[in-house]
Ligand binder design. Structure first.
Ligand code: BES
Ligand code: MN
Ligand code: ZN
Length: 514
């Protein structure tokens, strides 16, 4: 069995009703009473079966729902998946992305190896065709993903690959869809890569193995280069934050840097964006140890760093004309005789001292060194992403990441990217009031404050390490995983951040070109 289900994505010029495939996915809105042209034609050839399902009330076109109608001699498809798109006026690009994800998930479940995607048809000319192609590709990866690399005794087996064709009879339209399809496949694949790394347990993914993955990414790319600092090199540089957190584990910490320099010389004259991601391969809490209930989830505490690795992979493959530095400090937070302790005062890379009051507030201890590294490299824009606080999950639930920062323009650009890619963000404060709470009586800063506003005080702590560089912070603690499978995807790591950061960088490169 392959590690993940391979996805093959193509376009095909074909009449919808003649499309030979295991599963043909068509879209229907919940509030549109008359069938559109595509579905009317299918309905006719299926002797009214689509109308019948609708009249019975078995399918109402709601988002995240579907119904199967079986094909006959008159249509090429073995199955027709009626896929709900919700209310027409509310439908966006993300509606299409989710519908594609749902169709991919259903196809994998029924072991339909070949899929014809005709979902875009319902949107007519309302959305840009290339963007629709991209959304379909991203959704296909998202929905077909599952994590089963350690299952050796599968009862029913599963598909090794899913062959998906975006179908349309119009070759001009198809050409436009195809442009986006390739980009979407790149981002979708990078997101699945992130999900698998996220899902792997901490006895498999260590700081050293994560560094090896980053090196491999650089090895396979002309525009990426990778530098990794081990403990000794971090000591020489004075990266006290990462070293402190890593000191309790036999899996020694690493400081990973991936650099993307565009092939085009003119493009490399532009600004440098730093992406800084928290990669705690396991967060036991350290000496301030966590309760054991659900502690296994803390293998996911590396997902910010992994989102950065996934984004670097995506932008390198997209050939983005932009300088980007991916900075991933990585450590395992464990309790032992060599751990850092509550009360310790740590000299961080920046020179600022931090009083440790809780070893479980370790994310900010490694990120502060990552942020300072970005400042030292003279990066123009810094975005960090981290599974940083339980408080953020309390505030926003499991639907969106917290978004803080020191620059309204950057916040707006990230909100824009969020709308484009469907990974949601919500703005939260992190200004002076919160920064004041992080002052220590015996050091420059302390690593926790009182009980309230924990996501905001954590962000304010990070803000102390960026100087006046344009900076934003994403707290993805709530969105790192799906606790249960949804209508759109399997349970486990979500790969959140890959689409968001990639969309942000793509938009930035586009804006610079103009
Ligand atoms: N990795 C956790 C944050 C977290 C909690 C992520 C729950 C996802 C779900 C982080 O390192 C942590 O332990 N934060 C503490 C901070 C506290 C000690 C100030 C927390 O949120 O409890
Ligand atoms: Mn912690
Ligand atoms: Zn943590």
């Amino acid at each position: 069995m392959k590690e993940i289900i391979d996805v093959e994505l193509k376009t095909r010029k074909v009449d919808f009703s003649r499309c030979k495939t295991d599963m043909l996915a068509v879209g229907l809105f919940s509030d549109v009473k008359d069938l559109d042209k595509l579905n009317k034609e299918l309905n006719g050839k299926l002797n009214g079966a689509i109308n019948h399902v609708i009249r019975l009330g078995d399918f109402q076109g709601k988002e995240g729902t579907s119904a199967v109608v079986y094909g006959n001699e008159q249509v090429g498809a073995k199955r027709i998946l009626l896929t709900g798109l919700g209310e027409k006026k509310k439908a966006t690009l993300d509606t299409l992305r989710k519908a594609a994800a749902h169709a991919a998930k259903k196809s994998v479940e029924t072991k339909a190896e070949t899929v014809g995607l005709a979902l875009h048809k319902a949107f007519g000319g309302r959305l840009d065709a290339a963007a629709m192609g991209q959304a379909c590709a991203e959704g296909t990866y998202f929905g077909s993903y599952r994590y089963d690399e350690f299952i050796t005794e599968s009862e029913n087996g599963r598909l090794d690959s899913l062959k998906v064709e975006l179908v349309d009879p119009d070759s001009v339209k198809l050409q436009k869809l195809k442009k986006g399809l390739a980009d979407g496949a790149t981002t979708g694949k990078a997101q699945s890569f992130a999900r698998t790394l996220g899902n792997r347990p901490a006895n498999v993914v260590t700081p050293a193995s994560l560094a090896a993955v980053a090196k491999e990414l650089a090895h396979g790319s002309k525009t990426l280069s990778c530098t990794v600092f081990d403990e000794k090199q971090m000591k020489a540089k004075g990266m006290g934050g990462v070293l402190a957190v890593g000191s309790g584990s036999r899996n020694a910490p690493r400081f990973i840097v991936l650099k993307h320099r565009p092939a085009d010389k003119a493009a490399s004259a532009g600004p440098t964006v730093a992406l800084v991601g928290k990669a705690i391969t396991f967060d036991s809490g350290g000496i301030s140890i966590k309760p054991s209930a659900n502690m296994e989830e803390m293998k996911l505490d590396k997902c910010g760093g992994i989102a950065v690795l996934g984004t670097m992979k995506a932008i390198a493959e997209l050939g983005l004309p932009l300088n980007v530095l991916g900075i991933v400090p990585s450590a395992e937070n464990m309790p032992s005789g060599t751990s850092y302790r509550p009360g310790d005062i740590i000299n961080t890379f920046s020179g600022k001292t931090v009083e440790v009051q809780n070893t479980d507030a370790e994310g900010r201890m490694i990120l502060c060194d990552g942020l300072h590294y970005a400042v030292k490299q003279k990066c123009d824009i810094i975005i960090d992403i981290a599974t940083l606080t339980g408080a953020c999950v309390v505030a926003l639930g499991k639907h969106m990441a917290g978004l803080m920062g020191n620059d309204d323009g950057l916040i707006k650009q990230l909100q824009r990217a969020s709308q484009d890619c469907g990974e949601k963000v919500w703005p939260m404060p992190s200004g002076e009031e919160y920064a004041k709470e992080m002052k220590s009586k015996i050091a420059d800063l302390k690593n926790i404050s009182g009980r309230w506003g924990g996501a905001c005080t954590a962000a304010a702590f990070l803000g102390q390490f960026v100087g006046d560089t344009t900076w934003a912070h994403l707290d993805m603690a709530g969105v790192w995983s799906f606790e249960k499978a949804t209508e759109y995807t399997a349970e486990g790591a979500s790969g959140y951040g890959v689409r968001l950061l990639t969309a942000y960088l793509v938009n930035l490169a586009r804006a610079r070109k103009k």
